[in-house]
Design a protein around this ligand. Sequence first.
Ligand SMILES: *Cc1c(COP(=O)(O)O)cnc(C)c1O
Length: 431
Amino acid sequence: MSKLAILGGEKVRTELFPAYRVIGKEEEDAVVKVLRSGILSKYLGCWADDFYGGPQVRALEEEWADHFGVKHAISVNSATSGLYCAAGAVGLNPEEEVIVSPYTMAASATAPLIYNAIPVFADIEEEHFCLDPDSIEERITEKTKAIIVVDIFGQPYDMERINAIAKKHNLYVIEDTAQAPGAKYKGKFAGTLGDIGVFSLNYHKHIHCGEGGMVVTNNDELAERIRLIRNHAEAVVGAKGVKNLNNMIGFNLRMTEVEAAIAREQLKKLDWLLSERQKNVAFLEEHLKELPILQIPKVREGCEHAYYVHPIFFDAGQAGVSRETYINAVKAELMPIELREAEGVSIGCGYVKPLYLQPMFQERMAYGDNGYPFCNSNVEYKKGICPVCETMHFEKLFTHELMRPFMTEEDLKDVVTAFYKVYENLGELKK
Ligand SMILES: *Cc1c(COP(=O)(O)O)cnc(C)c1O
């Protein structure tokens, strides 16, 4: 039995894991074509044909809508921007409430604040980590206008139950699909399950164009409002004859022709990249499920998981050491992913800290010095409001990215070996 690396022994692995290189010749050629055309963006911020952007942007939108089987796909410069557009498009009024998840990237919870609406955190599911329908129902008040669900880690939200709740209370469902492009709920694509879906094309996501996002909807009116918010609504509504001026202060959230050209090539690679992730996860789970201190969370029935990250439960009672102790020892056996060396080994205890514990919510400070809009709301952000999320984050869950495409079976075996080596030497860690 070899000595643990964290105690001065040799590492299981001394080479970096392979980089996630998804940009190739196809993207290179597409970019060169755009550069040679001389048109790097064609948008006009006024009511004219070019209000809808140039040829690459429009082609991407058509292809994206086709791929996901949805009526409208609207490109933006990030998923964060897409969430802002969605929050504005559904007509949020100041001080209305939006139910959000605490276990996600910050923008999915802060988007309502752009319109001075109040994020209300509901708890997450124990097995799937998406918003818990029962907790949502408990948080609904007469001020509630929308729910922002997140297909967290790559798994679709509980569409049937949550959409039924939304229908009953006349609420919009905005779906943050940044982590789940290609995931499915009973054969239907994640992103198309609610009223509006938002995808990300940033560098860390399944497919990317540096920075970018896509907003999808089957609703013509919402689509048009999203396009207006994306591109200087206030300067367009007059000439276009738009009657509903709610939230018609626009931004510039436009994607360039270069990014759109890259994104078009990336979309062609999505299916393959997704199936590689699923294959690698299946390999890891096949081996790791034998370890009595780990449990693999179940995938929601009828769903296909896109595995942006791979979540695993750690059983500290069974292990006799803390999650942090075990994971730090596993990390010491392994190496970072090439091109992301600065992030260290891609395994983390929990995911992101429950969002309501961030200073903005704890200090109740968003706009200006007086805590607007929180000062006009009695919504609580105290520690303890989402106990399942806190238990998952601070005790039970860890997540990793060592299942990305380009990991070979040998690479995956090193990951498995590290988890086993530390398990077999737990006695050393207890000393
Ligand atoms: C990455 C991510 C975002 C933000 O995406 P950007 O394109 O970087 O703005 C939003 N929500 C979730 C769940 C994400 O993972």
